[in-house]
Design a protein around this ligand. Structure first.
Ligand code: SF4
Length: 335
């Protein structure tokens, strides 16, 4: 699926009646001010002056359909001239599952919205309650069906490592989200952000940190679920920001290369399954993968090669093989 360049406008916390324990929307979005129609115009004028066109305008960071109808209209109306002249090809936005109904979707479509992203986060009601989400898994199922019935593209966001969750519950969430047949998913392992209720819970030992290792392990369980269902994972891990990298992320699974680490772990597991069948006495093996997967197969700082070598007592090398596609090939096994 070819993707247009996205121009994000953040609508921090506006209209949101909730206090999800992990959320400090201002810190995550890096923008402390509510967006206005003037901000939309200014951002699109800058883009047009740079000669950009066909952009996808994205309202992120809050609960768009829970914002006052007047502000929704102001933001969307500001985009209309740029939709007409081709600077913008479509509009997307994110919102909460319990802030979507048929009427709001008709309104969004009329203003050129093509994609709605729903923050499902978990499909376990106990996890949602412990996280202060204020909606249920049933709300997500209902909203997802409405978005699809309205003819809009559906993106679902899920999190791993939330309070009261477990590896098994996170995997079940991924399965239930895949069953809703979204056009794409975003996976956000929980990050403990400074000055959030989650930080307080963590410091009071009421929440066990979802470490980077935990996130890599569970996301490597989850990624194949979406791959096998043909559902693109369009983001894995929070986008790095100066704020989060500069001390805003006090714990949890925050790493700019998280997605790469998970893909690498998926390949390590598949290679391990292959090496289990290699005859005893083998001292060296060469694995063949598509050229674009070589570095993920090797792993950061050669971590996969070392792990496979330690587990199977063989020297492992990797070579690019044109046409390997998704396969890992055993190119050579020497004694
Ligand atoms: S729904 Fe939760 S995550 Fe979203 S803006 Fe509101 S408090 Fe933050």
């Amino acid at each position: 699926m070819a993707r247009a360049r996205i121009l994000p406008i953040f609508v921090p916390h506006l209209g949101c009646p909730n206090d999800c324990v992990f959320c400090d929307q201002k810190r995550i979005s890096g923008s402390p001010l509510p967006a206005s129609g003037r901000d939309v115009t200014a951002a699109l004028d800058r883009a047009a002056a740079e000669g950009l066109s066909g952009l996808e305008l994205a309202f992120y960071g809050g609960s768009f359909t829970a914002v006052s109808p007047a502000l929704q209209r102001e933001l969307l109306e500001a985009a209309q001239p740029y939709l007409a002249d081709g600077t913008v090809s479509a509009v997307r936005l994110s919102t909460r599952p319990d802030a979507v109904d048929e009427e709001s979707l008709v309104f969004l479509k009329k203003y050129g919205v093509r994609t709605v992203e729903l923050g499902a986060q978990s499909m376990d009601d106990g996890v949602l309650a412990a996280s202060g989400r204020g909606h249920t898994a049933g709300d997500t199922v209902r909203a997802a069906k409405l978005v699809r019935a309205a003819g809009l593209q559906l993106i679902l966001q899920m999190m791993t490592g939330l309070p009261e969750s477990s590896r098994d519950k996170d995997v079940q969430t991924a399965r239930r989200i895949a069953a809703l047949e979204p056009d794409g998913v975003r996976i956000y392992p929980t990050v403990i952000v400074k000055n959030t209720p989650l930080e307080t819970m963590w410091r009071a030992c009421e929440y066990r940190e979802h470490t980077l290792a935990d996130a890599v392990a569970v996301c490597a369980d989850i990624l194949p679920i979406f791959d096998e269902a043909g559902i693109p994972v369009i983001r894995l891990g929070l986008n790095p920001t100066a704020e989060l990298s500069g001390g805003g992320a006090v714990g949890g699974a925050y790493h700019p290369a998280l997605g790469e680490m998970v893909r690498s772990e998926v390949l390590r597991r598949r290679a391990a399954a292959l090496l289990r069948d290699v005859p005893g006495g083998t001292s060296a093996v060469t694995l063949g993968v598509a050229p674009k997967r070589v570095s993920a197969m090797i792993g950061r700082h050669r971590s996969n090669l070392r792990a496979l070598s330690d587990e199977f007592g063989v020297t492992v090398t990797v070579k690019p093989v044109e046409g390997a596609g998704e396969e890992i090939l055993l190119v050579d096994a020497g004694r």
